[in-house]
Ligand binder design. Sequence first.
Ligand SMILES: CC(=O)N[C@H]1[C@@H](OP(=O)(O)OP(=O)(O)OC[C@H]2O[C@@H](n3ccc(=O)[nH]c3=O)[C@H](O)[C@@H]2O)O[C@H](CO)[C@@H](O)[C@@H]1O
Length: 343
Amino acid sequence: MNETVVVTGGGTGGHLKVADAFIEEFHNRGIDVIFIGSSNGQDKAWFENDRRLKKTIFLDTRGVVNKNSLGKVTSLLNIFSKTIQCLAVYSKYNVKTVISVGGFSAAAATFASILKFGCKLYIHEQNSKMGKLNEITSKFATEVFSSFDENSLVKDYPVAKEFFETARVRDKIKTIAFFGGSQGAICINDFALKVAPRLNEMGIKIIHQAGKNDFNRVAEEYKKLNINADVFDFSKDIPSKMSSADFAVSRAGASTLWELCANSLPTFFIPYKHAAGDHQYYNAKALYDKGLCFLKREDELDVDEFFKIIGSDIHKISIGLISSINSNAISLIINIILENNKK
Ligand SMILES: CC(=O)N[C@H]1[C@@H](OP(=O)(O)OP(=O)(O)OC[C@H]2O[C@@H](n3ccc(=O)[nH]c3=O)[C@H](O)[C@@H]2O)O[C@H](CO)[C@@H](O)[C@@H]1O
């Protein structure tokens, strides 16, 4: 019987985008993949009915962090029972390789990989600060990959090839894009609406991903301002939105951040301040320290400073971004996994 690989994790777009990169590469290499995620969060929307997958399993699991004691115990018991369920799946499909991209969706499948004799666990940590689950389970992993860890065997982030294919060096700002991460960000929406009239006067076009929950309000506000912006809630075609822009204002979720790098798009990052361990700030800080982006905390936003920034030398940053990331990360990671499994 052929081996089947399990990819697990999700919750939000940042984790799911990396899961997608693994699924795509395994699929292209003719290796069967089962995806195990959660029925809560965005996992179903991304992978239900995905033809590249041999099987999808969405478990009714929820996060453990940020719960009271009783909630924690209930969640842990639930994870335990789902772990048993995953072990049965591993036996049935001869699973010997599990790749976790983190998030609460990954808990049961990851624990099952640790408990199953002969099963290898690989982890992809997206952020500059390790997530809680990865912190616990990484001790049992055969390999942990991370773009922010000097010891990682592959330091480039798995970014879809479209972001590289549509990359170009930016010079003059004719279009600015606002990105709020997979769920949108009210703070970025409000900031965009504040600077929009002046951008409009300067003849700068606006692309704006507002997120599902705030989309109607944002679209209505642009109408009131009489600005013809390209506003949307969520798009499956972020590469073309990025490539149309000459500058971006964005949250600093890891997947978005590296996609912007791959696209050579100079960016002003406004990290989500409640991200665990402030990881969004440190994601962007790593780039900022190399002089490859602009960075401001959301409580320190200043409109005049923003206009100074967009008047500065974005060409130099755009050129610098070309060498900030290589396009072959996922292929290298999977080569390492497959080589390891031969041992
Ligand atoms: C609030 C929070 O804790 N967010 C975390 C979450 O962010 P979030 O889920 O927002 O993740 P990212 O910004 O890393 O990635 C979002 C992904 O969704 C895609 N996309 C987005 C908008 C859209 O309209 N269409 C679309 O396809 C982007 O191209 C990107 O690939 O996971 C990331 C990766 O672990 C973390 O770094 C973030 O801190």
